[in-house]
Design a binder for this molecule. Structure first.
Ligand code: PLP
Length: 232
């Protein structure tokens, strides 16, 4: 059963941990944005977090999200799509979301740009990078990022704002650290080689079990579900 008091307490505990991790890393806590991952949870949960000041929510599936977006139309929510997007759903995604974190090829990027233009919206895009070379996972190989940034330069409704990482699932958050660090290094190398810094200012990395490590390694967006809403 939904326990609003407990949900609010968990959200605020996560906020405090984010701020503490940022301070430890010598960073301004306001440089880290929390996306509350509400996938599988009903809209009552989202309303409670919203009442507590949360504005960014993450969903994994377009259809599930669209139902929630319609039910919560009265709220000023920024919806983030985190899961894999099939290009035939680009238009629906562009109409509902303000950010897509899972763009992993130039064709999908162009499709999203065209869709966003068509529905008269702006869309923030993160390029999801696969640094582990996991054949089963989504994400662009590192050598594809540069060509995607070139494609992004010709987009006008979809704006690439940074990179996203979903590291291999590991028990110990410290084992994810090399992946987080590698995403930051990749970003720095791309900027050093002349890629537009404005397209690379954000790093979306870190989930419930490892967000503090991600923040220490430079995350500007953390995507947290379980630690706020409970187990799915
Ligand atoms: C589900 C999900 C999250 C949140 O995971 P938790 O472990 O519940 O915090 C973050 N990012 C992506 C891409 C997800 O699919």
């Amino acid at each position: 059963m939904l326990d609003a008091v407990a949900l609010r307490a968990r959200l605020n505990a996560v906020r405090e941990r984010i701020a503490a991790a940022a301070s430890r890393a010598g960073r301004d806590p306001s440089s880290v944005r929390l996306v509350a991952v509400s996938k599988t949870f009903p809209t009552d949960y989202i309303r409670i977090a919203y009442d507590e000041g949360q504005r960014d929510f993450g969903e994994n599936k377009v259809q599930e999200a669209l139902t929630k977006i319609a039910a919560l139309e009265d709220l000023a929510i920024n919806w983030h799509l985190l899961g894999h997007l099939q290009s035939n759903k680009a238009k629906k995604a562009a109409a509902g979301f303000s950010a897509v974190h899972s763009v992993d090829d130039a064709g999908l990027l162009k499709k999203l740009d065209a869709s966003a233009r068509e529905v008269g919206r702006k869309l923030d895009v993160f390029i999801q990078v696969d640094l582990a070379g996991e054949a089963t996972k989504f994400g662009a190989p590192r050598e594809s990022v540069q060509p995607m940034l070139e494609a992004a330069a010709t987009c006008d409704a979809a704006h690439v704002v940074g990179l996203m990482l979903l590291p291999p699932a590991v028990e110990d958050p410290q084992s994810a650290r090399p992946y987080f660090a590698a995403l930051r290094v990749l970003r720095d190398e791309l900027v050093a080689s002349g890629a537009p810094a404005g397209m690379l200012s954000q790093l979306s990395m870190g989930m419930s079990h490892d967000f503090e490590v991600a923040i220490e390694e430079g995350a500007t967006v953390v995507r947290i579900g379980t630690a706020i809403f409970g187990y799915r």
